[in-house]
Design a protein around this ligand. Structure first.
Ligand SMILES: Cc1cc2nc3c(=O)[nH]c(=O)nc-3n(C[C@H](O)[C@H](O)[C@H](O)COP(=O)(O)OP(=O)(O)OC[C@H]3O[C@@H](n4cnc5c(N)ncnc54)[C@H](O)[C@@H]3O)c2cc1C
Length: 381
């Protein structure tokens, strides 16, 4: 089995990228463990519904032999998009537009995680394992965790997301602020908790635009909805604004001021939000980033190429990374793991750079006065 024969592989992070890689390697006989910070699989509420793209997320699931499980769990109508202005006037409704058979089917994060977890051998994921430190040991690494455990691995893969603690072992390059901050909230049981929004949402997604701001709302299969207003502000606004994001009233008051002139219907989201809000300044890795490959450490997904969510590519890129990395590691033609990893990283960086450029363009366009025209153009309206 090529350059990873008889090697112990440690994947740090059990998000969609890490779990997809674990499945793709394990089904080909590799010795792989996933170390995940969360205490168990339901430790955190999962965010918005994800659309998987044919050439990336779906291609990875297909290679992982998981398409049947995907079709059993996807949400057929969740990709129905409504575009609204700030007064909640619908500018576009997928329901009224003739739609071709979608190649961007939607799945909630929870079911996607379950599909991937169920595909792994029991004990593959080691929960409650927050990575702390890497120490060289022979040709591999001692991987130390916050809980005091230390394990040896010949090859370590950083799949620990946006604030990767492993990335600095490969490169000091840091992401830059994308100019937009989003505040994520959720409403459980939206049909009764926020009936007007529930009706407007109609089981799909709403993208609302006005005054160079966005408000994205999406329904989830468990009856909840998630939403995130996005707006331009300086990088440190979350720290300096003085808002306590665990206090619903403070966030509601902020929204009333920041989104002054928007229709009252949007207030229903903030008035009925369940649980605390999460403020997320949006970052992007430099498009020209590069680093020297190592034979025993690499990275994928947000750890490698964080980008804002305004083109819906993050999960798809993470899963395609997993596919391409598994193909390189399993390829008999590479003489050693260094050449396999170098080949993966070269193509991953080039692809991610193109996608990040498009994403940054989209982020700017969606937070401009021409947002509605831009999105109508993207969807071919
Ligand atoms: C509000 C929002 C909306 C989004 N919408 C979309 C969308 O519609 N479509 C899309 O494609 N993408 C979207 N994204 C982006 C997408 O969520 C990410 O790109 C994707 O989840 C990246 O996958 P990953 O596996 O690389 O990292 P993650 O999903 O972040 O997974 C990383 C995992 O590592 C674990 N971890 C972190 N630190 C440690 C540690 N020290 N030790 C052990 N484990 C650790 C975490 O608990 C987590 O399970 C959105 C992001 C946000 C914030």
């Amino acid at each position: 089995m090529s350059t990873i024969r008889n090697k112990k592989i440690a994947i740090i992070g059990g998000g969609p990228g890490g779990l997809t890689l674990a499945r793709l390697l394990q089904m080909n006989g590799a010795n792989v463990k996933v170390y995940e910070r969360d205490a168990h699989k339901d430790a955190r509420a999962k965010g918005a519904t994800l659309d998987l793209h044919e050439e990336s997320g779906l291609a990875a699931l297909d290679a992982a032999d998981l398409m049947e499980a995907f079709w059993a769990n996807y949400r057929p109508d969740a990709d129905a998009l409504r575009i609204a202005d700030k007064h909640a006037n619908l500018i576009h409704d997928d329901k009224d537009a003739p739609r071709e058979e979608t190649m961007r089917p939607e799945i909630d994060r929870g079911p996607l995680q379950n599909i991937l977890l169920d595909s792994l051998l029991p004990g593959t994921v080691v929960w409650d394992s927050q990575f702390a430190v890497l120490t060289p040991n022979d040709n591999g690494w001692n991987v130390g965790f916050k809980n005091g455990e230390v394990v040896y691995a010949d090859l370590v893969i950083a799949a620990d997301g946006a604030n990767s603690k492993l990335r600095p072992y490969l490169t000091p390059i840091k992401p830059f602020y994308a100019g937009v901050t989003a505040i994520e909230g959720a409403v459980y049981n939206s049909e009764t908790a926020s009936p007007k929004m529930h009706e407007l949402l109609n089981g799909g997604k709403i993208f609302a635009f006005g005054d160079e701001k966005t408000l994205i709302v999406s329904s989830k299969g468990d009856g909840s909805l998630v939403f995130y207003p996005g707006f331009k502000c300086d990088e440190h606004w979350v720290r300096t604004c003085g808002i306590d994001f665990t206090d619903k009233t403070q966030v509601l008051n902020w929204f009333k001021t920041e989104y002054a002139g928007w229709d009252e219907i949007w207030l229903e989201l903030f008035e009925n939000a369940s649980g605390p809000f999460v403020a997320r300044p949006q970052y992007c890795m430099p498009l020209d980033q590069t680093w020297e490959a190592k034979p025993n450490l690499t990275m994928l997904g947000d750890a490698a190429h964080l980008m804002p969510p305004y083109a819906g590519e993050g999960v798809n890129m993470a899963m395609l990374d997993a596919l391409e990395l598994s193909q390189c590691l399993l390829n008999e033609d590479y003489p050693d793991s260094l050449s396999a990893i170098a080949a993966y990283e070269k193509q991953m960086r080039a692809r991610a750079s193109e996608t990040a450029e498009m994403t940054m363009y989209s982020t700017g366009a969606l937070h401009s006065d021409g947002a509605i025209e831009f999105l109508m153009g993207v969807i071919g309206g």
